[in-house]
Write a protein that binds this ligand. Structure first.
Ligand code: HDD
Length: 707
């Protein structure tokens, strides 16, 4: 017996029946539904009557091949995915502008550096390296910091990282490095982690990676936010001026709000509580008008400096310490607009190191040279054809004229008859020796060889310099990180080989790591091509703590509140947050909100389970006697306080919160970072301190929270 058809389509059918057709200004047929919404169409522009049901023979019969709307819809859906980036798959981008402070004409003829105040549109994509697109934001990993500047002379892509050195010296090793870091091929895990055998196997067999190892084991690889991390062009580049004179240059992005990282114990918890922590942070700050900003600083030097420097300036595993060659601020980068569509912009943006305008050139850094070859290939594969430059996010914003034509998805072709040059029709663009890109004509001569220069052979001295430049808590995090990562390595010889390298960096660090891994004896130091230099001075610029913000601006306070909470303290806290240009979230037993002591209503942002303290830079406990009694029954409320304390955060609390401090086991350990909030003065005192972000002196008392 035939069943009656359901009425799921009746509403939409009725709407379509009633729709009015009218002609638009351009003479084209516009179709509008009653509510003013545009009418759904196929990709061919045909109006769709029913988007709820496929075309069938009878209500319960087979589907019909006539259903071109269904066919097109599913066909397009089936092709929605493009290959994810082979590295840096997980990323998040934003638009903004780059603004030059002063003319750099003496060094470079690049147009964007000619005039003070010149603004250039920019797009930035931040990323992790190893994880897939869907991996969590707080993986311990290097962060990509790729900047596309749409200059008047074509796009300049500065495709950097948040670490100024790299693992390898020659691009030919890149596939090996990435294969080793990615999930192991037979078992397809671990995802977005370096804590496994193949990574440390490769690293321990690659001594040139040792400087980078110190950086990646530091808190640099677990940044608090994209907004609080540095970026680096890594390689030595060249500026070339109008007289064709070259100056070497290294590029550094310095965050206006200072550096900040989370703790490893926090990172693993953040990944569970909010795997999009970094995305959300950038989204929220830009949407609320708190535009993140970085300063571009350049280290400029000539051949004489390069010849006199301790290391080879072409070696991408080395830095030039800022104390030796201070960087100059030359411009700022402000991110002030989120993309309209993630896929169209952030996913399809194609960065290429070889995109440089006239006046910026390459050095012979073998990693950079290899990169210049690689990025074009990857875009072809990922974006499906040579016309990816036609996508709005990749197209230059200056006029451009080529004779390139056809190919998949050509959005524009040269107009006219002559699609070549020279031609005698007087058509098309012509090259310009005066304005066009001129490569710096460096003298190059030598035999064809596969040879690593001897000047690249010192693999340990700068690793040591990085380590001794860290504050004691940062040093202990490096040790804890090494112990953690190597504890996940199942092959004992790999662990030993790694520690044998660390012995060449710092013996005390090596023995701490060996002890943490339960070694019975120390391995012999690894054979080194060159002995580790002990004379390199510490560089305070390498420490995150030294580069901390000393203020709470741009940070987030988590306010744990209950019904009956003291409204005077709450208001004073909000006043101080506004003064400090910081933000907050209210965490309450119920997400709807709380009734304050004066009967006023405050909406909550999170219920306790959804807002653990790891999501905040500091916390305030503004609770009532009754409220705290209820909180004592919540394990998450206890964890909120206990974690904040363990993670060395500042905790402000009203006297009524003391039972919760007791429940969290910290009432007997209160220190200068746990501050009572009673009135305006005590709230102000809390905000005097909170800009320090962490009470590092507490860390030894709470026990290591991991590196
Ligand atoms: Fe790379 C992407 C940064 C070495 C090959 N790289 C990529 C991205 C960043 C970097 C930030 C993501 C860009 C985006 O957001 O779309 N890569 C670096 C840095 C390196 C480096 C700072 C060393 C200093 N990379 C490197 C080498 C090679 C590559 C040596 C190959 C020889 N990188 C690629 C790539 C990617 C890429 C495979 C993948 C997706 C893409 O290019 O667009 O071509």
């Amino acid at each position: 017996m035939a069943k009656k058809s359901t009425a799921t389509s009746s509403a939409s059918v009725a709407t379509i029946h009633d729709q009015k057709l009218h002609r638009g200004e351009g003479g084209e047929l516009h179709q509008r539904a009653e509510d003013g919404a545009p009418v759904l169409t196929t990709a061919q522009g045909g109006p769709v009557a029913d988007d709820q049901n496929t075309l069938r023979v009878g209500a319960r019969g087979p589907a019909l091949i006539d259903d071109f709307h269904f066919r097109e819809k599913i066909f397009h859906f089936d092709h929605e995915r493009i290959p994810e980036r082979v590295v840096h798959a997980r990323g998040y981008g934003a638009h903004g502008f780059f603004e030059t402070y002063e003319s750099l004409a003496a060094y470079t003829r690049a147009d964007l550096f000619q005039r003070a105040g010149e603004r250039t549109p920019a797009f930035v994509r931040f990323s992790t390296v190893a994880g897939s697109k869907g991996s969590a934001d707080l993986a311990r990993d290097v962060r990509g910091f790729a900047v596309k500047m749409y200059t008047k002379e074509g796009n300049w892509d500065l495709v950097g990282n948040n670490i100024p050195v790299f693992f390898i010296q020659d691009a030919i090793k890149f596939p090996d490095l990435i294969h080793a870091a990615k999930p192991e091929p037979d078992r397809a895990f671990p995802q977005a982690q370096t804590a496994h055998d193949t990574f440390w196997d490769f690293i321990s067999l690659t001594p040139e990676s040792m400087n980078m190892v110190m950086w990646i084991m530091s808190d640099r690889t677990i940044p608090r936010s994209f907004r609080f991390m540095e970026g680096f062009g890594v390689h030595t580049f060249r500026f070339v001026n109008a007289k064709d004179e070259s100056t070497f240059v290294k590029f550094h992005w310095k965050p206006k709000l200072g550096l900040q990282s989370v703790a490893w114990n926090e990172a693993v918890k953040i990944n569970g509580a909010d795997p999009d922590f970094h995305r959300r942070d950038l989204w929220q700050s830009i949407q609320s008008g708190n535009f993140p900003e970085w300063e571009l600083q350049v280290q400029l030097f000539d051949q004489a400096f390069a010849d006199s420097f301790d290391f080879d300036i072409l070696d991408p595993t080395k830095i030039i310490p800022e104390e030796i060659l201070p960087p100059h601020p030359v411009a700022r980068l402000v991110l002030d607009r989120m993309p309209d569509n993630f896929f169209a912009e952030t996913e399809q943006v194609a960065f290429m190191t070889q995109n440089v305008p006239p006046g910026i050139d390459f050095s012979n850094d073998p990693l950079l040279q290899g990169r210049n070859f690689s990025y074009l290939d990857t875009q072809l594969k990922r974006l499906g054809g040579p016309n990816f430059t036609h996508l709005p996010i990749n197209a230059p914003k200056c006029p451009f004229h080529t004779f390139q034509q056809d190919g998949h998805m050509a959005m524009r072709n040269p107009v006219g008859r002559a699609n070549y040059q020279p031609n005698s029709f007087g058509e098309g663009p012509r090259e310009s020796p005066a304005q066009g890109y001129r490569h710096f004509s460096a003298e190059e001569q030598g035999p064809k060889v596969r040879l690593r220069p001897e000047s690249f052979a010192d693999h340990y001295s700068q690793a040591r310099q990085f380590f001794i430049s860290q504050t004691p808590p940062e040093q202990s995090h490096i040790a804890a990180a090494l112990i953690f990562e190597l504890s996940k390595v199942q092959t004992p010889t790999i662990r030993e080989r790694m520690v044998s390298h660390v012995m060449n960096i710092d013996e005390a660090l090596a023995s701490k790591v060996a002890h943490g891994l339960g070694f019975k004896s120390m391995p012999k130091p690894a054979d080194a091509a060159m002995p580790t230099r002990q004379d390199l001075e510490p560089s305070p610029a390498l420490s995150i703590v030294e580069r901390g913000p000393k203020r709470f601006e741009g940070r987030k306070l988590g306010i744990l509140a209950t019904d009956g909470a003291d409204v005077r303290v709450f208001t004073a806290v909000l006043d101080n947050l506004t003064k400090q240009k910081a933000v907050f979230e209210v965490i309450a037993p119920k997400v709807a909100g709380v009734t304050m002591s004066d009967g006023s209503w405050v909406e909550a942002h999170q219920m306790i389970d959804g807002g653990p303290s790891v999501l905040y830079d500091a916390v305030a406990l503004i609770v009532s006697t009754n409220g705290v009694a209820d909180l004592l029954k919540e394990a998450t409320a206890r964890d909120f306080v206990a974690d904040a304390f363990t993670h060395c955060k500042f905790i402000g609390y009203v006297p009524d919160a003391i039972p919760l401090l007791e429940k969290a086991g910290i009432a007997g350990d209160l220190d200068e970072g746990t501050i009572e909030l009673k009135d305006k003065e005590s709230v102000a005192a809390f905000f005097e301190e909170v800009g320090k972000l962490r009470v590092w002196a507490r860390e030894p008392t709470v026990g290591s929270f991991g590196g």
